[in-house]
Design a protein around this ligand. Structure first.
Ligand code: ADP
Ligand code: ZN
Length: 731
């Protein structure tokens, strides 16, 4: 970017705001002037809004009407590198800049001065009379040393009422003082001894450390089965980054952000890192945002949106479980965190580590093309080996249509229970039953707002639409024919499987793990920790158990329906099934006892099932790559989805047809348009949805052509258009 770096008072500056306007607006620099990149408050109509000084003003607006910037906020100006990242991410995802800026300013009170809060420390005197409650307060302060608590935090931690603390303050045993709210994060020490690495691990760690020291961009795929020590290895890359005086970011799928993980980081570096996720309090978000910007948070562990934090000197981004589907943001700004991590790193000269046991085909293809380096960790750490994989051919099991655990699987579970080991039954479906059918008239209960069936959640005693979240109580009579007592569940969900397990193994402790069954992420994590420590014999779970948890005593995983993922029309169906099955299987046999994974399937000869059973990843990936190559689909071709939606079905289709006809901008780059067609879920929240799919060659300048093409639709009334570059889901 060009233009001056500083603007004197009265100079014309162009300010990008977070308001949905077509362009940045001109203002006059305030008293004292301002830097390019400064966070400012500007008047917009009657309001004051947040903005960033983007450059020199354009001067194409009536000069007499231009207003002045109200004030420059007390925050480090946005760096050139960040502005360039936002601009390029916006161009790639076809997102308006104000929406990008909103992503980069997701912390409250950015402009407020660092306010003070009252904190409590150990005082100099002893209390006149010691009570149990008083002892607990002093012990808490002792235990946490220099850490300062607010009154509420201290009372809670010690399990006393605030008045006990106040009493101690009165006697000088506890000191009360004011300290700034946004405290820097404690220093992390990369020199603390890490674990003694195996040869394999040490070699990988050295390659990454060397790359980090180069202070230049590069991406490495770190591949190894679950338990091979990928985390240990990339923590060494973090150590190298800290030694170089730069900052590191570790991205995890939201659910993998566990205490267990934070504890490992703390053990390695002697202090807790900053933790950025949806559960973080507003105060904490603000603190992290500011400290990251001042270089006083060296390591951030976070969910995908942490990519948009204003790092001062970012040297490393780790994307753990890089294949995880939750890295694609599916509403608002549609971006893929893995791709954005690579973009950001390439702009600021940082290294990227993509860690996975089952990398995405995208990453695989980039390795093949020589764009990414590849490191393999070959075996599990310690005595554990990969589980034995086997199929249960369901055609031979003679199972009743309302039962899902085959006799073979049941017998295998029995063996584990006798030995005091844990078994897991996996089904990737939340709720009790996916369909509720009236046995009198055949009616299936659907959502009033979507073209989707309502899923019974017996635990919550409701029917829930998994598309829009709409829920209603289970009806007493059929909503169509009003027959009484004829509504019946069809098909299994995780809750129903739990019921079957409880009946099959009445003496076993059965735990059902599904994200919707716990009030909070914290409660869920606590439950998982308890189960890992032995609080259950049989674990029934959905996808979330496949992600990064340690169950040391688990030796058998039974996959109830291995065919489930293969039925979709999604181009990644095979890839997803392969990854999910491998991940689930990887849960078994982490410690000393060897594990086994059994897949119940009606198609044991399906190529994907066979590749899973053979454990032959390279063969699977080559076959999958060949098919996608031939079809010209990602990662060997480019795709974009267009979703048009609105309350009026005719209007939505008219807009879709218009786009399909006026495809000249796309034809110029050799791209093809498919559709309009009703989206697989043709109605969500009462809005009709129509989609078009654009396919182009890998090298085609797709974004420009798309922008010209969609600009032909005038978005009147409630008609909406969303462009999804590299779509991951097709609903
Ligand atoms: P991954 O990230 O590949 O799943 P982890 O790094 O979590 O693997 O390692 C699995 C387990 O083995 C962890 O409990 C980890 O602490 C332990 N581990 C891995 N490598 C070592 C090592 N070199 N020394 C001691 N423990 C190790
Ligand atoms: Zn719905």
């Amino acid at each position: 970017m060009d233009g001056p770096e500083f603007f004197d008072q009265g100079d014309l500056v162009s300010v990008l705001t977070t308001q949905p306007l077509g362009r940045a607006l001109d203002y006059r620099a305030p008293e004292g002037g301002c830097h390019r990149g400064a966070f400012v408050e500007v008047p917009l109509g009657p309001r004051k809004v947040l903005g960033v000084v983007w450059g020199a003003g354009q001067g194409d607006y009536d000069l007499s009407k231009i207003r002045a910037v109200i004030r420059v906020l007390d925050a480090a100006p946005m760096r050139e590198e960040m502005r360039s990242f936002l601009a390029r991410a916006a161009a790639y995802t076809l997102t308006p800049m104000p929406a990008m800026l909103r992503l980069a300013t997701r912390a409250p009170g950015l402009g407020d001065p660092p306010s003070m809060r009252r904190v409590y420390r150990r005082g100099l005197s002893e209390p006149e009379r010691m009570t149990d409650a008083r002892r607990r307060v002093l012990a808490t302060l002792q235990e946490y040393g220099d850490l300062s608590f607010t009154l509420k935090e201290l009372a809670e931690q010690a399990g006393v009422t605030p008045s006990v603390v106040k009493g101690l303050v009165g006697q000088g045993a506890v000191a009360e003082e004011d300290s700034p709210r946004d405290l820097p994060f404690p220093r992390l020490d990369p020199e603390l001894p890490g674990k003694a690495l195996t040869d394999d691990q040490a070699a990988g760690a050295e390659v990454l450390a060397e790359a980090v020291r180069s202070q230049s961009y590069g991406t490495t795929l770190l591949r190894g089965v679950t338990g091979s020590g990928k985390t240990e290895v990339y923590l060494e890359a973090v150590a190298a980054t800290l030694r170089a005086g730069r900052q590191a970011l570790v991205l995890l799928p939201e659910i993998a952000l566990t205490e267990q993980f934070l504890h490992r980081v703390e053990e390695r570096f002697g202090a807790k890192p900053a933790e950025w996720h949806s559960g973080a309090t507003m105060t904490e978000r603000r603190r992290i945002w500011r400290m990251v910007g001042q270089g006083q948070a060296q390591l951030v562990i976070g969910a995908r949106s942490a990519l948009f934090l204003p790092f001062q000197s970012l040297g490393l981004i780790v994307v753990d479980e890089e294949h995880d589907t939750s890295y694609k943001q599916e509403d608002g700004v549609l971006y893929h965190a893995r791709d954005m991590a690579v973009l950001r790193a390439s702009i600021c000269g940082a290294q990227v580590v993509l860690a996975s046991a089952t990398p995405s085909l995208e990453t695989w293809a980039n390795v093949e093309a020589g764009k990414y380096r590849r490191l393999d960790l070959t075996s599990r750490f310690g005595p554990a080996v990969m589980p034995q994989m086997g199929a249960i051919d369901m055609r031979d099991e003679g199972l009743r249509s309302d039962r899902w655990v085959s006799p073979t699987l049941q017998a295998e579970v029995n063996k584990r229970l006798e030995k005091g080991e844990q078994a897991m039954l996996f089904i990737n479906r939340r709720g009790y039953a996916p369909v509720t059918l009236c046995r009198a008239c055949g009616h299936q209960i659907g959502c009033d707002h979507c073209d989707a069936r309502m899923v019974e959640h017996r635990f919550l005693k409701r029917l829930i639409c998994h598309q829009c979240g709409e829920s209603k109580p289970m009806p007493e009579v059929c909503p169509s024919c009003e027959a009484v007592d004829r509504l019946a569940p069809v098909g299994p969900g995780v809750e129903r499987l739990g019921e079957e397990a409880a009946a099959l193994w009445p003496d076993a402790r059965v735990a059902v793990l599904s994200s919707d069954m716990y009030g909070s992420a914290r409660a869920l994590k606590a439950e998982i920790a308890g189960i890992a420590a032995g609080a259950a014999d049989i674990i029934i779970g959905t996808q979330l158990v496949a992600k990064g948890h340690n169950f040391p005593n688990l030796t058998l995983v039974g996959v109830i329906d291995a065919d489930l993922g293969l039925m979709g029309s999604d181009l990644r169906a095979a890839e997803r099934t392969f990854q999910l099955m491998r991940q689930v299987a990887g849960r078994a046999g982490r410690a000393e006892a060897p594990g086994a994974a059994l897949l119940q399937t009606y198609q044991p000869d399906h190529p994907v099932i066979r590749a899973i059973l053979a454990g032959d990843e390279e063969a699977f990936w080559s076959a999958e790559a060949k098919e996608r190559h031939q079809a010209g689909v990602p990662p060997y071709g480019r795709m974009a989805g267009i979703i048009l939606s609105g309350p009026d079905v005719a209007q939505v289709f008219d807009a879709g047809n218009l786009l399909a006809q006026r495809d000249a901008p796309l034809r110029r780059i050799g791209a093809q348009v498919f559709g309009p067609a009703p989206a697989p879920i043709a109605r969500v929240r009462g809005r009709h949805r129509v989609r078009l799919l654009v396919k182009a060659e890998k090298s085609a300048p797709l974004q420009e052509a798309l922008a010209q093409w969609v600009a032909q639709v005038k978005l009147k009334g409630e008609l909406r258009l969303a462009v999804d570059i590299d779509p991951q889901s097709f609903y």
